[in-house]
Write a protein that binds this ligand. Structure first.
Ligand SMILES: Cc1cc2nc3c(=O)[nH]c(=O)nc-3n(C[C@H](O)[C@H](O)[C@H](O)COP(=O)(O)OP(=O)(O)OC[C@H]3O[C@@H](n4cnc5c(N)ncnc54)[C@H](O)[C@@H]3O)c2cc1C
Length: 290
């Protein structure tokens, strides 16, 4: 299929882009990497009156380290991050999550910010932002604001962005010294969207007890779901605790049933992946301590 007719704008300054977004409101759509939007246009799932292509805004194509976070501009490609030793060194979870997204060709065009704005509940990057407690910097002709990951994702493919707002950059917190990470998923084939994915950030103290733990699930609810883990802090991540956390994750989520998998199967995947990842993190920690 071909898209319905639309007008096309290629602003050369941020002010111009924001003015156009403000003028068009919900009639306009931002075009970043086009890896989600263009298929939706072709299938006529989206029929905006106009596209505002942000790829001419050179200032948005930058990665920098600012105030303990990696600031990733809105047109930075997923593949740019994947090839950046500096970015992967500062945010090691990117090295685990990025290769799971689609294919090399899609990552060559697709952006981190575009994936966040698209808010697919199965997507890896919203889950990464949620587990790392990151945020986005949003601009409109009315001003600028920062939205934390927990307030950005509202439901399936829906964010708290207003129609005239542009994500200018994402802030992904840099890894503290002792923090360790894991990201894993189950997909039917390589490059497919995940049936479910699990991401984890943990820290163990000198005695091997959990000093920090964040556990988040993708594809298992309308938005990336952060599981309550505060009561695990100070405890040793033994088999019993890991089994209890895996069970809690599987109960906390509310996965969909569709032609790919039933909700019960997805729940079981959450339980298995969570248990496996926490065990792997613990083993890594034990190996590092000996
Ligand atoms: C074959 C294929 C396989 C894929 N597999 C996966 C996968 O396994 N996992 C995964 O997560 N993704 C997958 N994707 C999607 C891919 O990661 C996209 O790159 C991503 O979802 C959107 O990023 P984009 O830059 O291409 O955004 P676009 O497609 O340009 O835009 C997506 C949406 O976000 C809005 N938008 C974009 N940028 C901004 C901004 N800065 N501010 C405000 N709104 C904005 C657009 O208006 C649009 O509504 C796949 C895509 C393809 C084609």
């Amino acid at each position: 299929m071909k898209p319905a007719r639309f007008d096309y704008y290629l602003p050369s300054t941020l002010e111009e882009a924001l003015a156009k977004l403000s003028e068009l409101g919900s009639e306009g759509k931002v075009l970043a990497g086009g890896q989600s939007l263009v298929p939706m246009l072709n299938m006529r799932i989206a029929q905006p009156a106009a596209l505002i292509d942000i790829n001419g805004l050179v200032e948005l194509d930058a990665v920098a380290c600012e105030n303990g976070a990696l600031r990733v501009g809105a047109t930075v490609r997923q593949s740019t991050l994947e090839r950046s030793d500096a970015a992967l060194g500062q945010v090691p979870l990117l090295a685990q999550a990025l290769p799971l997204i689609g294919h090399w060709q899609t990552r060559n065009r697709g952006t981190l910010c575009g994936s966040l704005a698209h808010a697919d509940p199965s997507a890896e990057l919203p889950l990464l932002l949620a587990v790392l407690d990151g945020s986005v910097e949003v601009h409109s002709s009315r001003g600028a604001r920062t939205i934390a990951a927990r307030d950005l994702f509202v439901s399936f493919f829906t964010t708290s962005l207003e129609a005239d707002e542009l994500i200018v950059a994402a802030y992904v917190p840099v890894a503290p010294a002792r923090r360790c990470y894991a990201f894993d998923e189950v997909a039917q084939r390589h490059g497919d969207f995940a049936l479910v994915s699990v991401a984890c950030a943990a820290e163990f103290d000198e005695q091997g007890a959990l000093a920090y733990l964040t556990l988040a699930l993708g594809g298992a609810s309308e938005v990336p779901l952060v599981v309550e883990t505060a009561d695990a802090l100070g405890r040793h991540a033994d088999r019993e605790l890991i089994a209890a956390l895996a069970e809690r994750a599987s109960v906390a989520c509310d996965p969909p049933s569709d032609h790919h998998a039933s909700a019960a199967f997805r729940r079981q995947l959450v339980r298995t992946l969570t248990g496996r990842m926490l065990t792997a993190l613990l083993r890594r920690e034990e190996a590092a301590a000996t």
